[in-house]
Design a protein around this ligand. Structure first.
Ligand SMILES: Nc1ncnc2c1ncn2[C@@H]1O[C@H](COP(=O)(O)OP(=O)(O)OP(=O)(O)O)[C@@H](O)[C@H]1O
Ligand SMILES: [Mg+2]
Length: 583
């Protein structure tokens, strides 16, 4: 229920709409209750022929002297239905409006929150699951917000305003029909509990489907290359079948509720009608049956409320799980906005582990001065990417301190820290926007001349200009329209345009053809000028130009020095060198 309360908080900003909606619901319920009175008038007029006389209502004696001509009847009918329709429209319009505004807000909040969460959160979950939460789960709660409010306010009002009429028409026989209603609540509550469990499982499985589709679509070429189509299809069918199973069970529970209520209602109404048919005058009898039918709709709706609430609580849980996750990397209160030129970057006895008990980095000491190029080499999995990601504070070290100009980077604001670091990551990430926007990603206000300049220094201008719309060419998802080397050079241009004092290059291991290799190499050399550079190097020339090479093995720096020094020294570096760079 706490979850439901939190969902309702999203309605709060729309108080006045809610107010109008509730007023309209009142008006609607009154107009709706007049429908049975219309029936009474019609049958009454039918018997009395030229006049409607309200003289057979012993409970309300003051009406007995009232009469009016039958030609009023059509106007009364039209009037009643017009008012009923108008207020129905008004309340539904306002409520739907509140609902879609609320889900827009939830989606905005969720996305904003997701984007600010830290790396550790993402490595725990799956992209598709987050997608599913933003799309499916948020969609689910729309019904919860609007339908539930409507049904909990409007339907009880409809019942409330109808009750006097049932007694006016049916007299004491009305009691049979009314007494049965409270009994309906019992099975509904039991079914509701089961429904919540089913819904939660179903939403989780739906998240699985989204993840699965995302994975196979992004690994599309691998699926094809390994002829795994049929295997993937059967894995998909497996997940889809389990969603179907939950769906089927949910539906079974949901749709049993209506007939259940109808039958229970019919028993009560049946008894009442059985007596009424004997003792009531025709006009009152018809109105009595009519007023009993008016109960059906609200009862059905109210019985559904429980399941809607249960479903939305399940969805809400998944939404608030994300909203309640705190980014583990945050600005300290009063974090320092760093503006000085960078003189030194230092790792002091830094250790790190992703999971408790499995150290990935141990006792790392590095001191990099301005304009130094620090190359990091080592076997795959030795912790190179992890080492540089600590500088960006994707994670914080478990032990030790990283300092820039002597200041602990945890004291700096994230914006100023990340603002002074450029990164060309191991996997090139491009966005579904134009070439220009991809290059200017870190400096959206950059003029087109700056973008061109960056592209030129990154040796990317030739191929960009050869594209159909040049810098305005849309790249498509993940930049799939470009070759590996072209994408790398775009990434280099993107790092360049920020003109960062510190640069991190995580060279991709992907092999480029000799021409691209040369161009990427030249682009990198341009990029490294006048900065403090950490380069995870796979290329011989990059390593040779480095001021110092750090050799990593199983999370430790085992050797360091210049290329010549390390070659003369022999050992790990010499072995790596011979293996990787042997010409
Ligand atoms: N998000 C993560 N959660 C848990 N363990 C991780 C995570 N990322 C990396 N690791 C582990 O940390 C170790 C170091 O990984 P890292 O990516 O730093 O290696 P690397 O030296 O960059 O390798 P490569 O040359 O292949 O890029 C690996 O054993 C890897 O399995
Ligand atoms: Mg790596």
């Amino acid at each position: 229920m706490d979850i439901y309360k939190r969902l309702l908080a999203y309605v709060k900003p729309h108080r006045w709409r809610l107010f109008v909606a509730v007023l309209s619901m009142f008006a609607y319920s009154i107009a709706n209750s007049l429908v049975s009175a219309t029936l009474y008038i019609i049958v009454n007029g039918l018997y009395n022929k030229d006049e409607v006389r309200l003289d057979n209502l012993p409970h309300i004696p003051f009406l007995s002297s009232i009469s009016f001509p039958v030609f009023w009847i059509p106007f009364v009918m039209i009037g009643v239905f017009f008012l009923r329709g108008f207020f129905d429209y008004l309340s539904n319009y306002q409520m739907s409006n509140i609902g879609i505004r609320a889900i827009r807000q939830v989606r905005d909040d969720l996305y904003r929150h997701l984007v600010y969460l830290s790396h550790d959160f993402y490595s725990r979950g799956r992209t598709g699951d987050f997608l599913s939460r933003i799309m499916n789960d948020v969609g689910q709660i729309q019904g919860a917000i609007t339908d539930v409010i409507v049904d909990l306010v409007k339907q009880p009002l409809v019942i409330l305003f109808n009750i006097p009429w049932v007694f006016i028409w049916g007299g004491k026989y009305a009691l049979f029909a009314i007494l049965i209603f409270p009994l309906v609540a019992v099975p509904i509550t039991i079914l509701g509990k089961r429904l919540r469990k089913l819904t939660k499982s179903m939403q989780e499985r739906t998240g699985d489907i989204t993840s699965f589709i995302g994975e196979t679509l992004s690994g599309f070429h691998i699926v094809k290359a390994f002829c795994r189509e049929e295997k993937e299809i059967s894995r998909f069918e497996e997940i889809n079948r389990s969603v179907f199973e939950y769906f089927r069970k949910t539906i079974k529970v949901t749709i049993i509720q209506r007939p259940l209520i109808e039958v229970m209602g019919a028993i009560g109404a049946g008894i009442a009608v059985g007596f009424g048919i004997k003792y009531l005058p025709p006009d009152r009898f018809v109105a009595f049956v009519g007023s009993l039918f008016i109960f059906y709709e609200p009862l059905k709706k109210i019985s559904k409320v429980n399941s809607t609430i249960q479903q939305s609580i399940a969805a809400g849980q998944r939404i608030f799980e994300v909203l309640d996750a705190r980014p583990s990397i945050r600005n300290k209160p009063g974090a320092l906005v760093f503006k000085e030129p960078v003189h030194e970057v230092a790792y002091e006895n830094v250790s790190f582990e992703y999971e408790k008990g499995t150290p990935i980095l141990q006792g790392i000491d590095i001191r990099a001065k301005q304009n130094e190029v620090i190359a990091i080499v080592g076997a795959s999995g030795s912790g190179k990417t992890t080492l540089v990601s600590l500088l960006l504070r994707f994670y914080d070290p478990t032990e030790g301190i990283i300092r820039i100009n002597g200041k602990d980077i945890r004291e700096l604001s994230l914006e100023s820290l990340r603002g002074m670091i450029g990164i060309v990551s191991q996997e090139t990430v491009l966005f579904n926007c134009s070439v220009k926007d991809n290059i200017a990603y870190g400096r959206p206000e950059a003029a087109i001349e700056d973008v061109r300049k960056a592209a030129m220094i990154a040796y990317a201008d030739h191929f960009i200009e050869a594209l159909p719309q040049g810098y305005d060419t849309q790249l498509g998802e993940r930049g799939l329209k470009l070759s590996g080397g072209e994408r790398q050079r775009l990434a280099i241009a993107r790092a360049l345009i920020k003109d960062p004092p510190i640069l991190i290059l995580d060279e991709a291991t992907s092999h480029l053809d000799t021409q691209s290799e040369k161009e990427v190499q030249k682009a990198l050399e341009n990029l490294m000028k006048n900065r403090t550079v950490f380069v995870i190097a796979h290329r011989l020339s990059t390593v040779q130009k480095a001021s110092r090479i750090l050799v990593m093995e199983e999370g430790k720096i085992v050797q360091q020095g210049t290329n010549e020094f390390l070659l003369r020294l022999g050992g790990v570096y010499k072995k790596l060198y011979d293996l990787q760079f042997n010409l």
